[in-house]
Ligand binder design. Structure first.
Ligand code: FAD
Length: 524
């Protein structure tokens, strides 16, 4: 048995050993069970995916119970992608064409993802989104299209139209309204006869023969309750980013950044570690294999300092601590985070002039599609606010800003001089950046700031899951009676979650949840 420790040296022996989390605990004896509850479907977890699956199953006439460790529906953020919808139609936006875009995504994933899931999402997200929109609009919630990066479709920065967001009381920022959806889904679930067992921490799955037939949970009084499922158990327990051992095994390069290992089952907008992979471990103990894609893809957001796009990063010059330009700056914030993590001290800087506010268009994070550009004066106001809180350095000369950032004087000035020459020439012969992103640093006052903000949000994937969301063994044979939903679905993402489709994961929580409820009704 091995555990995560500083001096852990992997070798053949150790590699063959099991991690402690892979070893099943002793089965809970029936004599310890205080109560048994029988349903057709038991869904473990009350996040977006758990609720969508449970409501969909209930609408198919299945008696459904949600067993959740949380005291209420749980979620964070609120960007939810769909290929098309009645809201997109109303606003006159075209259906998302995945033809080339998906091929780009598969290439950026080294073709190491389950394409059947991606196309199932593509072909069904409209129906699922319209299902949700009907519930939200019935509650008076406004469904809008969140603004994304407008760019050349083949650019790694480009984001297709289709990210939906929900607005209402106290929420006018697009992308933080997931609670509206959770409330509407739970309300409809309860109204249609569903049951929720709150503050019940699922501990173990129960098998009869090869089939999973129940889950045992501990309630808030410490009693063990057996939730029997005549048709299926659906695991929707979120991620494993707060489990240090699982991160070390399945996402080793980023394990050291996910330092939070306290679990709050009601966790909302939490960074650096959410859950401990309870559902993942229960599935492994029941005989599931792990996904094929290795490593699991982390969800990391990067710096938006002086970014002119909602999910962009600064696309003027980027300089590392040695005063060197190190990349083509035409990348979005998550990809920028990956690039800056490779630089010395994992840090980098941006330097720009006042002209930058006038030379390009500015679209704000949290704005809606079609909204006007942010006026340059407002952009400068934000920079000044950054100067005020010490995040941005300001100077009457570039030299002052370079000094203020503590960058090496000679090298940095030479780098900026070279960059400005390229901008004036209109051709970037060093990093081939598109001419439209070559804005000279010419007008005082000048500004500069760090672009090394990393937001370690989550990690995606888990047990081997086929395109019907059935959890499978090493031979890709469904275990029987066991499904996955949401973040823990295996083989959906590879390398990193790149935000090119903003709200893709919630889109999958919604669409696959909707489909799985119906699949169980039809096939179990
Ligand atoms: C800060 C942040 C912002 C994000 N914003 C977005 C966004 O805007 N758009 C997007 O697409 N994605 C976003 N994500 C990623 C992801 O989509 C969300 O994390 C999403 O909430 C995942 O939904 P889920 O249903 O898979 O799991 P969760 O929402 O994490 O829900 C898991 C549920 O399982 C319960 N649970 C856990 N263990 C047990 C157990 N043992 N027994 C019973 N219940 C248990 C939990 O209490 C919870 O109710 C964000 C992630 C983070 C961290």
């Amino acid at each position: 048995m091995i555990r995560m420790s500083e001096e852990l040296l992997l070798n053949a022996d150790i590699a063959a050993k099991k991690w402690s989390f892979e070893i099943p605990p002793a089965p809970i004896d029936d004599s310890e069970i205080a109560e048994t509850v029988t349903s057709d479907v038991v869904v473990v977890g009350e996040g977006m995916s758990g609720l969508c699956t449970a409501l969909s199953a209930t609408e198919e006439g299945l008696k459904t119970t949600i067993v959740t460790a949380s005291s209420k529906p749980v979620g964070r953020g609120g960007s939810v992608f769909a290929t098309y919808s009645k809201v997109m139609e109303r606003l006159g936006y075209p259906r998302f064409d995945a033809t080339d875009f998906y091929l780009q995504e598969f290439a950026s994933s080294s073709y190491n993802v389950d394409q059947r899931k991606w196309y199932s999402f593509h072909n069904n997200s409209e129906t699922a989104m319209n299902w949700l929109i009907d519930m939200l609009e019935a509650d008076g919630v406004k469904v809008v299209l969140e603004n994304g990066n407008v760019d050349d479709p083949q650019s790694p920065t480009y984001q297709p139209i289709g990210t939906h967001a929900f607005m209402g009381e106290n929420v006018s920022f697009a992308g933080i309204g997931i609670t509206f959806a959770l409330k509407a889904l739970e309300k409809n679930f309860l109204a249609k006869g569903g049951t929720v067992a709150y503050r019940n921490i699922a501990k173990q799955l129960v098998k009869s023969g090869e089939r999973v037939t129940a889950v045992i949970a501990e309630d808030s009084e410490g009693r063990l309750i057996k939730y029997e499922a005549t048709k299926a158990v659906v695991l929707a327990t979120g991620d494993f980013s707060a489990n240090r051992d699982m991160m070390a095994k399945y996402c080793p390069s980023y394990a050291k950044y996910f330092i939070n290992d306290d679990v709050d089952y009601d966790a909302a907008f939490v960074e650096k570690g959410l859950y401990k992979g309870d559902g993942h471990r229960m599935a492994l103990w029941a005989g599931a294999a792990w996904q094929r894609t290795f490593p699991n893809a982390p969800l990391i957001q990067g710096s938006r300092t002086c970014s002119n796009m909602p999910y962009g990063a600064h696309r003027g010059i980027r300089i590392n601590k040695n005063g060197e330009r190190f990349m083509n700056e035409d990348s979005n914030a998550p990809y920028t985070a990956q690039a800056v993590l490779r630089e010395p001290d994992q840090t980098a800087y941006a330097i720009w002039g006042t002209n930058y506010a006038y030379d390009i268009g500015w679209q704000a994070h949290g704005s809606t599609r079609g909204s006007d550009d942010t006026p340059p004066e407002k952009v400068i106001e934000r920079w000044e606010a950054g100067v005020g809180n010490g995040n941005i350095v300001k100077g009457g000369t570039i030299e002052e800003v370079v000094a203020g950032l503590g960058l090496p004087h000679e090298t940095t000035l030479a780098t900026i001089k070279r960059y400005n020459e390229l901008c004036r020439a209109g051709v970037d012969t060093d990093f081939c950046k598109k001419p439209k992103y070559l804005q000279e640093i010419r007008q005082a006052p000048f500004y500069g700031g760090k672009i090394d903000e990393y937001r370690f949000f989550s990690v995606f994937g888990g047990p081997r899951t086929n395109h019907n969301m059935q959890i499978c063994d090493e031979n890709d044979v469904p275990l029987g009676g066991l499904y996955a939903a949401g973040t823990m679905i295996g083989d959906m993402y590879a390398n990193c979650y790149n935000f090119r489709i903003a709200g893709h994961n919630y889109g999958c929580c919604l669409t696959f949840g909707y489909l799985t409820g119906k699949f169980i009704a039809k096939n179990e």
